[in-house]
Design a protein around this ligand. Structure first.
Ligand SMILES: C[S@@+](CC[C@H](N)C(=O)[O-])C[C@H]1O[C@@H](n2cnc3c(N)ncnc32)[C@H](O)[C@@H]1O
Length: 266
């Protein structure tokens, strides 16, 4: 039986937090969406079978080294990590702050007999040292993270130079559909565990100073209002000095790294 080792560095419980209608556990400062967790797999089943497999394969291609899955949910990426884990090519850390989601991810790891490390931390405050991962994976999670900028800063901090940030994220529509998306957004967020429909996540990823863009594509994927998607890979630059000749760029990156570190110390 594979072990799903829980990392409790932020001191949260591994059990199930209170069912707060706000979708927030005030004691642990983490999301807590019991109904969303219960419905997630049944609602996603058709898309997982028909739409997402090639994109999840893209995220898990040729995995090696230390891998971090941000906001792993019910563990939808775990089957795609199986070969890399079982062959010893990769070690995987699954990060999921919502206890209702996390217990499902742990069950999925056990079902697949996968040895993964499990963390209850939030992506905005990763309890890992600088330069500790080779690949960070984000699948459909930057729509939900309350502070996506802090989370991307943290991904840059924990990635080793040359490491990859691989993502599949749904983003804001263009044209007339974006008005419908905006109208639906508040209700959708309440029903879908805090998911925001109208983020420009691709722009955010493409503009971060700590990364170069290896690949980024807008895809007409998904079912309205959860479409379109951006898929891609960012590479962590080698050093702050390489991040631009302009000293103000380097200064901004240093400030972002310092801010991420101080959040970690809190
Ligand atoms: C739509 S689900 C996606 C799950 C999974 N990555 C997948 O591909 O199916 C988004 C997940 O992000 C998690 N989440 C919410 N806030 C987060 C945060 N601050 N840091 C990391 N994950 C978070 C939610 O609990 C939820 O499980």
């Amino acid at each position: 039986m594979g072990t799903a080792t829980t990392n409790e560095q932020e001191g949260a419980e591994e059990g199930v937090a209170g069912d707060d209608v706000s979708g927030h556990d005030h004691e642990t400062e983490r999301p807590a969406h019991p109904w969303f967790a219960r419905l997630y797999d049944p609602v996603m089943r058709a898309s997982e079978e028909k739409l997402f497999p090639p994109h999840r394969e893209y995220l898990a291609r040729d995995l090696s080294g230390d891998v971090l899955d941000l906001g792993a949910g019910t563990g939808a990426m775990l089957p795609y990590y199986e070969t890399a884990i079982q062959s010893g090519a990769a070690t995987v850390t699954v990060l999921e702050p919502d206890p209702h989601m996390r217990e499902r991810a742990v069950a999925e790891a056990r079902r697949l007999d996968l040895d993964v490390r499990v963390s209850d931390a939030r992506a905005e405050a990763l309890p890992f040292p600088d330069d500790s991962f080779d690949v960070v994976v984000a699948s459909m999670v930057f729509c939900t993270i309350p502070d996506p900028e802090a989370a991307l800063d943290e991904a840059a901090r924990v990635l080793r130079p040359g490491g990859e940030f691989r993502f599949l994220e749904h983003v804001a529509e263009e044209g007339w559909r974006r008005f419908a998306q905006r109208a639906l957004a508040p209700l959708w967020s309440r029903l879908a565990g805090g998911c925001r429909l109208t983020r420009h996540t691709g722009d955010q990823f493409g503009e971060h100073d700590a990364f170069t863009v290896a690949d980024i594509e807008r895809r007409h994927l998904g079912v309205f209002p959860v479409r379109p998607f951006v898929r891609g890979t960012l590479e962590r630059r080698d050093s702050i000095e390489e991040m631009g000749a302009d000293p103000s760029v380097r200064e901004r990156v240093r400030e972002a790294v310092d801010a991420a570190r101080s959040r970690l110390d809190r």
